[in-house]
Design a protein around this ligand. Structure first.
Ligand code: HEM
Length: 425
């Protein structure tokens, strides 16, 4: 081949490649312009971080303003409950059922403690040699606890650890995928939903098939289980494996554990609030402080008009902000609930503490759920926080790092069984 021909050949090749690259980017840019924007980028929520504005919004909310942002839950789980309805009569009836399920007599608390101890002996699917995934453990314990407390009809049914894992995983994945059309797994929601429905049917054999949304067990299961596991996980991690930053003396943590031990020995509403000289804080102070730092409902959403702005009351921000809670707002200090009794800023703190919401739709479990958390955390400490288990290989626990509050945090943590002397088995 002569030199000019070869030159022409190379130039033509370069031109063709450049045209192909340009065409590729042009097509990409055009398809981006044509693609409908997802909801979270089209209408991102407006964060409400001003306390008076937040409480005013929550106190005046209408059912429809809550139901709109919760439509994603109807699509993902086919639920029909207080969170999704616009019908005041249905809302009232649902609330009354919830309240009667939540009612717990003095005699029933010791039964819940015994049941929690029994649940803690149940196997967990994600068990490896001498180790258990911490998140799977907490999810499975909370799930079984919620079944026992709110679904007495399931008590005679043997539920395998595999079934529990399938359900808790599917709930988690659907929750994440339903957030927006751009969320991971959004396109596979149909199959996940089917898997969840079929697996649930094995626990609730008396439910009609197909199950109408109004009779979906998830109507109660979701608000109860989804909040409990997240707070129980963090409160347990903090009390069993982290040492408070402002007081590095391990004795503080020992006192917290002792408060849970006393509560489990006498599970009554009085004992929950008792502050002894030795323990100083009550189990309730510790649970309240955990709910302040790690509210399971990090934001409460409202949308007043169709296609209007989505408002997000930033509960997590309001519960950690220094202008309300002082310089140590970001620290885990259950003692603040003891000191706060006599402090001037107490009323602002009380107003800003809203893990159970505020106003119109405040959670009916506001009195009972903290005690349930106390029982679950106390049980976990008894079984796994007794020095025989380590967080993976971290012999010193979590140190003074502040725990994260993300849904997917701690997914990698494995509880590892060690000998009594602290050596890996
Ligand atoms: C740690 C535990 C819990 C937390 C942090 C929590 C949190 C909340 C929050 C923030 C709201 C208000 C939502 C809004 O304003 O849109 C709420 C409402 C509600 N929660 Fe809970 N919850 C917990 C446990 C439970 C349990 C165990 C049940 C069991 C039945 C339950 C049932 C309900 C119901 C039915 C409502 C709707 C109230 C209404 O519409 O008036 N929650 N919860």
């Amino acid at each position: 081949m002569s030199l000019p021909v070869m030159f022409l050949f190379i130039i033509t090749g370069i031109l063709c490649i450049s045209i192909a690259i340009l065409a590729f980017y042009a097509v990409e840019a055009f398809s981006c312009l044509c693609k409908p924007k997802c909801a979270c980028s089209n209408n991102p929520p407006t964060s409400i971080r001003d306390l008076p504005q937040a409480t005013a919004l929550l106190r005046t909310s209408k059912l429809s303003s809550r139901a709109r942002p919760n439509r994603r839950l109807v699509l993902a789980f086919s639920i029909s409950n207080a969170f999704t309805t616009t019908d005041p009569a249905f809302h009232k009836a649902f609330l009354s059922i919830s309240k009667s399920l939540l009612r717990t007599s003095d005699d029933s608390w010791p039964i819940l403690v015994e049941q929690t101890r029994a649940i803690l002996k149940e196997p967990v699917t994600s068990t490896i040699e001498n180790g258990i995934s911490l998140v799977s453990l907490v999810q499975s314990v909370c799930f079984r606890f919620v079944l026992f407390k709110f679904f007495p009809s399931t008590q005679g049914i043997t539920i395998s650890s595999r079934t529990v894992t399938l359900i808790t995983r599917a709930i988690n994945e659907l929750w994440i995928s339903s957030k927006c059309s751009c969320a991971p797994g959004h396109s596979h929601m149909g199959s996940k939903k089917k898997l969840l429905r079929n697996t649930l049917a094995s626990i609730f054999p008396d439910s009609p098939t197909p199950c109408p949304d109004e009779e979906n067990p998830l109507n109660i299961l979701l608000p109860a289980y989804e909040t409990l596991w997240r707070i129980v996980l963090r409160c347990f991690l903090q009390v069993a494996f982290a040492y408070p930053p402002s007081n590095k003396f391990i004795s503080t943590t020992v006192r917290y554990r002792a408060a849970f031990k006393s509560f489990l020995a006498n599970p009554s509403s009085e004992q929950f609030t008792i502050r002894t000289k030795d323990e100083y804080c009550s189990a309730k102070d510790i649970v309240y402080e955990s709910l302040r730092l790690w509210p399971p409902t990090r934001r409460i959403y409202r949308q007043e008009h169709e296609n209007g702005a989505v408002l997000a009351v930033d509960v997590e921000f309001l519960q950690r902000t220094e202008s309300i809670w002082g310089d140590e707002a970001g620290e885990f200090r259950p003692e603040r609930w003891v000191i706060m009794n006599g402090e001037a800023r107490t009323s602002d703190c009380k107003e800003a503490w809203m893990p159970f919401g505020k106003g119109s739709f405040q959670c009916p479990a506001i009195k009972m759920a903290p005690m349930m958390i106390g029982i679950l955390v106390g049980g976990l400490i008894e079984e796994f926080g007794n020095g025989e288990w380590l967080l993976g290989d971290v012999a010193d626990g979590l140190g003074d790092k502040q725990l994260e509050n993300g849904r997917e945090s701690f997914a990698e943590i494995i509880l590892t069984k060690v000998g009594k002397e602290g050596k890996k088995k």
